[in-house]
Design a protein around this ligand. Structure first.
Ligand SMILES: Cc1cc2nc3c(=O)[nH]c(=O)nc-3n(C[C@H](O)[C@H](O)[C@H](O)COP(=O)(O)OP(=O)(O)OC[C@H]3O[C@@H](n4cnc5c(N)ncnc54)[C@H](O)[C@@H]3O)c2cc1C
Length: 411
């Protein structure tokens, strides 16, 4: 049996950041992960280039049952701190769009920085290490020296596939269940429940929508077509690109709105966010434009999309109608179909493709300063396993860095 200061379950973004921070404070740290490699989500994120943070990170970029919970950690370890870290290692990176920072080369470069930081802290990492049980130890049995100055209080005992380990601090950094093939699991939630903590409703998020019936056929006929849109659901609006797919709709705009979507909710899409369509049509009429509606609309939208849209039963009668003859009612209908298109997605593609899990361990029971469970001294939860979900754009990794670093000061 081994006795260690701090055991961290999960060698992902949050776990490695926490391990490096605690190790560099002089704590003896063991990180265990059941996967064969560490940081698998880092490696596959951002198309292999990892969108590791964002130039602008604010609490509004996060969803949580307690929107204030993330504020303290994001302030104490901000995007600027992480940028300073990667600059120290001369990581080549660039801003892609909307403040999103990506590695120039490979996500592996970023993972190597975290591993180098772990090395500096003397952190030990065990992969292919499954944890079969965790129990809280009786305090009387686990004081080792009797000297209050140096005494260690081993509070937890873990049975792992690589032996029994006792530790003072136990950190759960097992992330969420998205992409199970990468080692993702529900383990953190099960463990939280074991210790009497609440877990909020979980849902695959930052995920494409699937459509059914005629909507699906429409999406399939447009698979591969992408365009900037303005998208809204539950009063939340995103201006980004949409992509039609063989299963439904995807693209950054859809992934963003999926964070706010609940089954049965409608989603409204404006395919011409920069245009007042009714004004524009009146201008065409005033100028006596002779071209077909299709030709005029194709100046602003992909032609395949315009053709498919004007072929919809609602718009079919307008397809060949001269622009001069479009009535007020016709224009209103065009505006409704191109600028306020309402759909109810049948669902999402689920955890197989989701980037994150919305919901998690309820933050009411966790200290926003130390990440320790208020009712369980020595037990900590960090990263995505908590009920804190970021927007698309580097915000989820920033949460992993911030929560990992803050907990690393105390574990
Ligand atoms: C395809 C994809 C792309 C993404 N791209 C981005 C992006 O570009 N930018 C961004 O900000 N976010 C992105 N994300 C989200 C981001 O990866 C996560 O939010 C982040 O990795 C969460 O960090 P974490 O440390 O909490 O969990 P993870 O990084 O998921 O780490 C959890 C670790 O725990 C281990 N584990 C799980 N269960 C057990 C168990 N029972 N025993 C032992 N170990 C266990 C896992 O193997 C894993 O190593 C992406 C996610 C995916 C899936």
């Amino acid at each position: 049996m081994r006795c260690i200061d701090t055991v961290i379950i999960g060698a992902g973004a949050a776990g490695l950041m926490c391990a490096a921070t605690a190790g560099q404070r002089g704590r003896q740290v063991l990180v265990v992960d059941h996967a064969n490699k560490v940081g698998k989500k880092i490696l596959m994120s951002g198309g292999g280039r990892c969108n590791f943070t964002n130039q602008v990170v604010e609490p509004k970029h996060y969803l949580s049952g307690n929107p204030h919970f993330c504020i303290s950690a994001l302030r104490r370890y901000s995007q600027h701190d992480f940028i300073e870290l990667v600059q120290r290692y001369q990581l080549a990176y660039h801003e892609k769009t909307l403040g999103q920072l990506f590695c120039d080369n490979r996500a592996k470069d970023l993972l190597n920085i975290l591993l180098a930081e772990c090395d500096l802290g003397g952190v030990e990492i065990q992969t292919r290490c499954a944890v079969s049980s965790i129990k809280r130890l009786d305090h009387q049995q686990t004081r080792v020296s009797g000297d209050p100055e140096t005494d260690k209080l081993y509070r937890f005992q873990l049975a792992t596939s690589q032996g029994i380990v006792q530790c003072e601090s136990l950190v759960i950094a097992t992330g969420g269940p998205s992409i199970p093939t990468l080692g993702a699991s529900h383990y953190g939630y099960d463990l939280a429940r074991q210790f009497g903590l609440k877990v909020t409703e979980l849902q695959a998020s930052l995920v494409p929508f699937v459509l059914k019936g005629k909507l699906l056929a429409l999406a399939q006929s447009l698979a591969g077509v992408s365009m900037p849109v303005s998208l809204s659901c539950r009063q939340q609006v995103f201006n980004e690109a949409i992509l039609f797919t063989h299963k439904g709709i995807s693209g950054p705009a859809i992934l963003q709105i999926s964070n706010y979507w609940y089954p049965g909710d409608g989603v409204q899409i404006n395919f011409l966010p920069e245009l007042d369509l009714s004004e524009e049509i009146r201008r065409w009429q005033h100028k006596g434009v002779k071209a077909e509606l299709k030709t005029q609309l194709s100046k602003f939208l992909p032609k395949r999309f315009v053709v498919a849209w004007l072929d919809l039963p609602e718009l079919k009668s307008l397809e060949t109608k001269p622009i001069a003859e479009l009535s007020r009612k016709d224009i209103d209908l065009l505006v409704k179909m191109f600028q306020a298109w309402q759909i109810i997605p049948a669902g999402t593609e689920g955890y197989k493709t989701a980037e994150v899990t919305r919901g998690g361990v309820c933050t009411d029971q966790i200290s926003s300063k130390t990440f320790e469970v208020k009712s369980e001294p020595g037990l900590y939860f960090i990263g995505e396993v908590l009920d804190v979900t970021g927007w698309l754009g580097g915000f989820n990794f920033q949460w992993a860095w911030s929560s990992g670093w803050c907990a690393g000061q105390y574990v």
